[in-house]
Design a protein around this ligand. Sequence first.
Ligand SMILES: Cc1cc2nc3c(=O)[nH]c(=O)nc-3n(C[C@H](O)[C@H](O)[C@H](O)COP(=O)(O)O)c2cc1C
Ligand code: SF4
Length: 465
Amino acid sequence: MSKVIYTSGKEPHARESRVVFKNVDREGWDPSIARYMSEGGYDQLKKAMKMEPQAITDEVKKGGLRGRGGAGFPAGVKWGFIPPNNEKPVYLICNADESEPGTFKDRYIIHQDPHQLIEGMAISSFAVGAKLAYIYIREEFPEGAAILEKAISEAHEKGFLGKDVLGSGFDLEIYVHRGAGAYICGEETGLIESLEGKRPYPRIKPPYFPAAMGLYLCPTIVNNVETLCHVKHILEVGGEEWAKTGTPNNTGTRILCVSGDVVKPGYFEVQVGHVTMGELINDMCGGLKDGRKLKAVIPGGSSAKVLRAGEKFTVGRGDDAKEIDMLDIPMDFDTLAACGSMAGSGGVIVIDDSRSISWVLNNINAFYAHESCGQCTPCREGSLWMKKITDRVVAGKASPADIDTLDSVARNIDGRTICAFGEACAWPTESFIDKFREELVGDTDASNSEKILNPESLAAAANLS
Ligand SMILES: Cc1cc2nc3c(=O)[nH]c(=O)nc-3n(C[C@H](O)[C@H](O)[C@H](O)COP(=O)(O)O)c2cc1C
Ligand code: SF4
């Protein structure tokens, strides 16, 4: 096969392993079905149509594929939760809402390699017995929706979708559904409500685990774009072989989206756990800007708990336990969880010493206060209270006692809500206070406000109530 050349002015870094992103920003590549098929596109669907559905699920289980949308739940295990002897229709939903701040990977796949996603979805639909599948795409991605519509119609013409896919007797339709333009539409049960034409009010789990009671209360598998793309690659090499990439229990590759205070922000597809936080920031992203020092990293999208530069963590168990520095954390699901944060959706936000922690937290709190769906009192009221308190901090109008109140509000949201948005909005505040209490308290002193005030915080201060 000819050498892959990339056009973005950004050749993959030597530490990258491009699988799902192989064709992103690639010279001579286009999103047409002809181009996709010229390099074996849809060969895995052809293979799948000759397999038993359960055998496909078994390969995905053997591969150990963990969801790339946030929680890192094993995809094959989730597929196995569809009740046995189910007689209702089964649905597959591709979550293309990509709303977690700091995350910008799914949109590249949709724009530049839509057939990879459609092939992954067709194989996954066959495996779980879904004859109807939806791509729920973020409202703000109109071009992506049009590209997907075109790709679906091309796949229809070739017999990869529609009645009797490739003569297998299996019928499959995929529909693109434009989202409702809210962060909570990315939460799977909120997404399902929205797809049913209602407000995206998340449902309580149990009983509404989608695999058992999802769309129209039928078994529904919801997976992220990147997760579904991996299915095709697992089938290509087999689950066991695929699981040799990455690290045990953290298999395969994943896309890390790096933003914030680094010289070269962007996307990087790496084997899970093969790159440390320090290698990612200092080597792959070209390090921090001149003269700047690292202050903090949010490793998995804005809802992940922040890690402070210089923090030490104990990882491993028993004789294997060791202390590591924050920069030595391998970017995998389990280690980031052991360090008190999470790999989440792969959105790594780097914060240097030019940033005011109060300002960063206020920015995050403003987002969550705006996005709460309002069903649960702790989340609806608490997210706004947290924003109002940090508004006061950045305006130099808070008192040290406000930081205790802020902490108490966050801890009274966490664990007391219908959906995980409660944790998503509480964790930033909890962790920023745990790691940067001194700076936050210092910022309540009005004489410090000069260094944190900027146009946004001034605007917030003007609106203080
Ligand atoms: C508030 C909130 C927002 C979410 N937003 C997204 C999103 O934009 N995209 C996504 O794939 N998953 C999102 N999730 C996770 C989904 O609920 C669900 O777990 C995921 O789509 C499952 O796919 P996966 O197993 O392939 O990761 C969100 C979760 C929460 C709590
Ligand atoms: S936790 Fe927040 S976003 Fe989730 S259902 Fe409750 S109010 Fe809505």
